[in-house]
Structures are given as C-alpha cells and as structure tokens.
Design a protein around this ligand. Structure first.
Ligand SMILES: [Zn+2]
Length: 133
C-alpha cells in the first residue's frame, strides 16, 4: 500500500546567515538585538527615574515604586513597562529598519510608564486597529 503523499508546505528558503536562517528568523534576530540595546538607552532609564518615588510599604527589599500614567496607581519595577507613545511597529524587512530604529531609540518626550495591565490593553487596542486598517 502506498502511503499518501503528505501535502508539504513549500519550504521556506534559508537565505540568511550561511543558509541557516529564513528571512523571518533573520529579522527577528535583528529585532531582538536592537531591543536588547534599547535597555541601556538613557531616555528609557530617565523616564523610569522620573516616574518613581521611595517605597514605604511592607516589602523590605523594594526601594522604589513607579506610577502608571494611565491608571495613576503605584507599582513595583517588575510590574511596569516603559511604553513608546508612538508604537515602534514591525521590523520584517530592510525597509522597516529606519522607522523602527528611530521610534525605538526615541527621546524622553515619546516615552511613558505604564503598568503591565494598562500596557496590555494598549497593545491589544493597537493590534485591533492594525487589523482593521
Ligand atoms: Zn496602569
């Protein structure tokens, strides 16, 4: 009995990194490298410093707390995100690169502190409006 030929997906060609990376793997690699570097971008650190105050609650190991600009509540560092007011957007090809870099490495005025909850709902809204357009 002959086995039915499994309908193979067309193979994605590995055009990058000595034939080991697909185009999309390559851009995800570049994206994460740039995002990693943005952790040491001063406006990001400054935005966090500007939004913090000394913590006086029961947790002895917590020194500071940070205020979410949206719900105005205070959160420990783990629960906040530095948000780009202009969404950084996608990086899937070389043409996306200049815009992505400029929006990711922006100045203090284009950054804000959001708690995880407010950040998630902002991201959700952005994704929904992207689908519509
Ligand atoms: Zn919030």
């Amino acid at each position: 009995m002959r086995k039915k030929a499994v309908a193979r997906k067309p193979r994605v060609v590995k055009t990058r990194n000595a034939g080991t990376m697909t185009e999309s793997a390559f851009w995800s690699f570049i994206r994460s490298a740039l995002r990693q570097k943005s952790r040491w971008w001063k406006p990001i650190t400054q935005t966090k410093m500007n939004a913090r105050r000394a913590y006086k609650g029961p947790n002895k190991r917590q020194k500071f707390e940070y205020q979410c600009v949206h719900c105005t509540k205070w959160f420990p560092e783990k629960k906040i995100n530095v948000d780009h007011t202009i969404p950084v957007g996608s990086l899937n090809c070389a043409e996306d690169l200049p815009g992505f870099v400029n929006r990711l490495f922006c100045e203090v005025g284009d950054l804000q502190i959001l708690c995880s909850c407010c950040h998630d709902s902002k991201t959700k809204q952005e994704n929904e409006s992207r689908k519509k357009s």
